[in-house]
Structures are given as C-alpha cells and as structure tokens.
Design a protein around this ligand. Structure first.
Ligand code: SF4
Ligand code: SF4
Length: 283
C-alpha cells in the first residue's frame, strides 16, 4: 500500500453511503435517516521527525505533555492528518439561532463515531499491508479535556500541570497545522482550503509519505479577523482582539448536553461565517 492508495481508501469509506449514512433508528427526525455527514476529505502529511512536533511541547503551544509521533508509533516515518468537512446540509442547518440544529448534533456525535471507525479501518489496512500504524486518539494514554475541575480523580494519567486546562496530549488541530492543512482562526478552529467546519483525525505510520508543503508563515494566516464568529457565539466566548475564551464555550456545551443528551454541541462560530467552507484569506 502506498500513500495514494491509503488516501483513496479513506475517501471511499467517507463517501460510501452504506458506511457513512445515519441509521434510521438513531435519526432525530425521519427525514435525517440516511444522511451522510462528511464530504470529500482533505489530506496533509508531515514527517514524523518534523521539528514542529517537538515545538508543540512548548508551554506557549500545547504543553510538554503533548506526545511525539514516535511515542504513538515506534519507528514512525509519517503523520497523516485528515480533515472531514461537514456536508452543506449540516452547515446550513446550524447557521442561524442559538441552539444546535438536529443535523449538527448528529454531525458532532454520530459523525465522531463514524470518524473513529473510518480511522480505525485505515490503520487496520496499513497493518494488513505490513506497516506499523497507530491512531493517537485510540492510544491508552490519550486525553482531551475541557477544564472545569482539577480533581486528580477526574484525570487518571493526566500530568498535574495539565489538569483542569483545556488541553490534550494529541491536539488534532495542531497536528493538522504541522501537516500543512491550514492555520488557526479567532474561534480556534483550523481553517483549511475547505474551511474550518468539520472534524480532524490523524494516524501515525512507518509508511514513507511525501510531506505536504506548509503554504503559510504564521499560525493565523487564513483568518481575516472579520469577527463574524464572535458575533455568532451565543456564549460571548470570542473576543475580536483576544480570541476565544474556553470556559464560557465549555459551559455552553455543558448546557446543550443538559438539553440534548446523549448529544451535545454548538458550532455556531463555524457556521454562516467566511471560513465555514473555504479559506477566506485567498480572495
Ligand atoms: S469568522 Fe472571521 S474572524 Fe472568525 S475565524 Fe473565521 S475568518 Fe477568522
Ligand atoms: S462552539 Fe459555540 S459557545 Fe463555543 S465558541 Fe463556538 S459559538 Fe461560542
């Protein structure tokens, strides 16, 4: 298996209606049954020894707890980051009001479950072809936390310095930045050439792949600082000068969990904005 075959396989899985469509028994409305959640993926590649992975461990980036590719997959040569953009129907449905649309809730929850399955299938395909491959988000050491408490019992295995912070030891958006997929926005989304409205996953492998050029110099190059995300945020979490504050955003997500459990979500800052489905800095 080479990188082209790997990417074609992932794309085929994502676009396969029988694999990616919403099951009727979980659909929040009858008309949502059979809805596919993601459009054609974007891919970015970085060498596993790219110095920017080490740079993610700086305090001003993610933190010293961020794993390196070699921690996840010994002998790693490459990191593949995949952006799965939401379909237009999901984005359009969530572009108004203060409450998440049913389509958005499905994108967040069933979309995540589908993404994990698709990512796991890609790793299995690499292993079947004789390669080492691993999924950081499936690593037993992986954590991603949304703050709120510093109780050590709530963070088994999480370093003390990271407890209670809005952080992770494998940040998919930072990894996507390293892999050439895009740069950050005021809303903390990662703005790719297909916008910021979607989900990211990554895998680490000993398959040699050609690195994607990082066609940017700064970490905010793709954000035009239009402030539309700040105006859209029902929690007032985004400031046009200082960017996004995590606590009010986290509180909004907790609120939606209370209303829509087992689902939750918001995403108003990603819908109906210039960076929803494109890189607005390219105009
Ligand atoms: S809506 Fe405007 S300010 Fe906010 S992240 Fe997108 S481009 Fe940047
Ligand atoms: S997800 Fe919702 S609450 Fe959080 S920053 Fe975006 S719009 Fe605001």
């Amino acid at each position: 298996m080479d990188e082209k075959q790997l990417m074609e396989r992932i794309s085929a899985t994502v676009l396969d209606d029988s694999a990616g469509a919403l099951a009727p028994e979980v659909a929040l409305r009858p008309d949502l049954a059979g809805m596919r959640i993601f459009g054609a993926p974007l891919f970015g590649v970085a060498r596993a020894d790219d110095p920017l992975f080490e740079a993610l461990r700086r305090e001003e980036a993610v933190g010293p707890w961020h794993m390196l590719p070699g921690d996840v997959c010994p002998g790693a040569k490459s990191v593949l980051s995949v952006f799965l953009p939401y379909i237009e129907r999901i984005k359009a449905s969530n572009a108004g009001g203060a409450e998440p649309s049913a389509e958005w809730l499905h994108g967040r929850i069933e979309g995540h479950k589908f993404m994990v399955r698709a990512a796991g299938a890609a790793v299995e395909a690499l292993r079947a072809a004789g390669h080492r491959a691993a999924l950081p988000m499936a690593d037993g050491r992986f954590f991603a936390q949304e703050g709120a408490t510093t109780d050590p019992a709530a963070f088994p295995g999480v370093p003390e310095a990271a407890r209670g912070a809005y952080t992770s030891n494998w940040s998919e958006r930072h990894v996507a930045y390293v892999c050439g997929l895009g740069t950050f926005g005021l809303s903390k989304g990662l703005i790719t050439e297909k916008g910021a409205c979607g989900r990211f996953f990554s895998l680490v492998t000993d398959l040699e792949m050609a690195p994607t050029p990082r066609a940017y110099g700064g970490i905010y190059d793709h954000c035009i600082r239009c402030g539309r995300c700040a105006a859209r945020c029902p929690a007032g979490a985004i400031d046009t000068e200082s960017g996004k504050a995590h606590p009010p955003c986290g509180a909004k997500l907790v609120e939606t969990r209370g209303k829509y459990a087992p689902r939750y979500g918001c995403g108003k800052c990603l819908c109906g904005v210039p960076c929803e489905g494109r890189d607005p800095s390219r105009e």
